[in-house]
Write a protein that binds this ligand. Structure first.
Ligand code: GTP
Length: 252
């Protein structure tokens, strides 16, 4: 009789446990479905970590972490969950975005709502940390081409963040390091865009030249997919908040 009661109790316990697990799975699923997953990519020192870290300040009230499906170890991945205006966001970046290692881990990434590709626009006169030879701007263009054409990411929206606008403006206005010394075509470049209020036309011309170099990659591939771009300064939290939440998340 005692054994029968024990079995019954165990049975009851198992049923309740299973119910609790089902409930938790259902809850996680709901959070997962309404969370936008933004993968932040870009060349070395472009500002990826800064963007992810800045968004931590907007970490108003996080939901229970919905487990990601990414097979990237915690040590390699810097991430944050944030929420604003009812939009849940899981923003993350991966260390080691060298061409070869990136190709390896990119194979494990799926189900990304959008890619934020970050460019250090002030790096046109610098060389790659990877080989000390390749121009950093060429390196960024090369990486962007890989990402844009990567078949498993074709369904993800792409936002191009032309970052470090403050440093680009400083360099251009100082006049010491000229873009045409690294990109001769800049000497003949005229921008169809008018400068923003208060912006020096030299800065406007430089930033639109850089933008167009990236947009050439997106138009070369044909198709209807569009790349949305922003001129950013990642150290400015307010501008980042407007860019990521005000625009990107509402558009994906
Ligand atoms: N002035 C200025 N500095 C920036 C901006 N964005 C990032 N930085 C600085 O640039 C440096 C590199 O930024 P990170 O965020 O570490 O760049 P990362 O792309 O994560 O770098 P890796 O880990 O090498 O891939 C840091 O010192 C940042 O503070 C910006 O818009 N303006």
């Amino acid at each position: 009789m005692a054994a029968y009661l024990d079995d019954k109790r165990q049975d009851q316990y198992n049923k309740e446990k299973a119910k609790m697990i089902d409930k938790q799975i259902e809850k996680d699923k709901k959070i997962y479905l309404r969370t936008k997953r933004l993968l932040v990519l870009g060349a070395d020192e472009s500002g990826k970590k800064t963007i992810v870290e800045q968004m931590r300040y907007l970490n108003v009230k996080c939901p229970e972490e919905a487990k990601t499906r990414f097979q990237i170890s915690k040590q390699q991945c810097l991430e944050t969950h944030c929420q604003q205006d009812g939009i849940f966001c899981h923003l993350f970046t991966v260390k080691g975005q060298r061409k070869e290692s990136m190709r390896k881990w990119l194979q494990h990434v799926s189900d990304v709502t959008a890619i934020i590709f970050v460019v250090d626009t002030s790096s046109y006169d610098m060389v790659s940390r990877e080989d000390n030879v390749t121009n950093r701007f060429h390196e960024a263009l090369h990486l962007f081409k890989i990402i844009w054409n990567y078949r498993w990411l074709l369904g993800s929206a792409v936002f191009l963040f032309l970052n470090k606008q403050d440093l680009l403006a400083e360099k251009v206005l100082a006049g010491k390091s000229k873009i045409e010394d690294y990109f001769p075509e800049f000497a003949h470049y005229t921008t169809p865009q008018t400068s923003e209020p208060g912006e020096d036309p030299r800065v406007s011309r430089a930033k639109h030249f850089i933008l167009e170099e990236f947009l050439k990659i997106t138009t070369a591939s044909g198709g209807e997919r569009i790349c949305l771009f922003h001129f950013t300064c990642a150290v400015d939290l307010e501008s980042l908040r407007r860019t990521v939440f005000g625009e990107c998340l509402r558009r994906v």
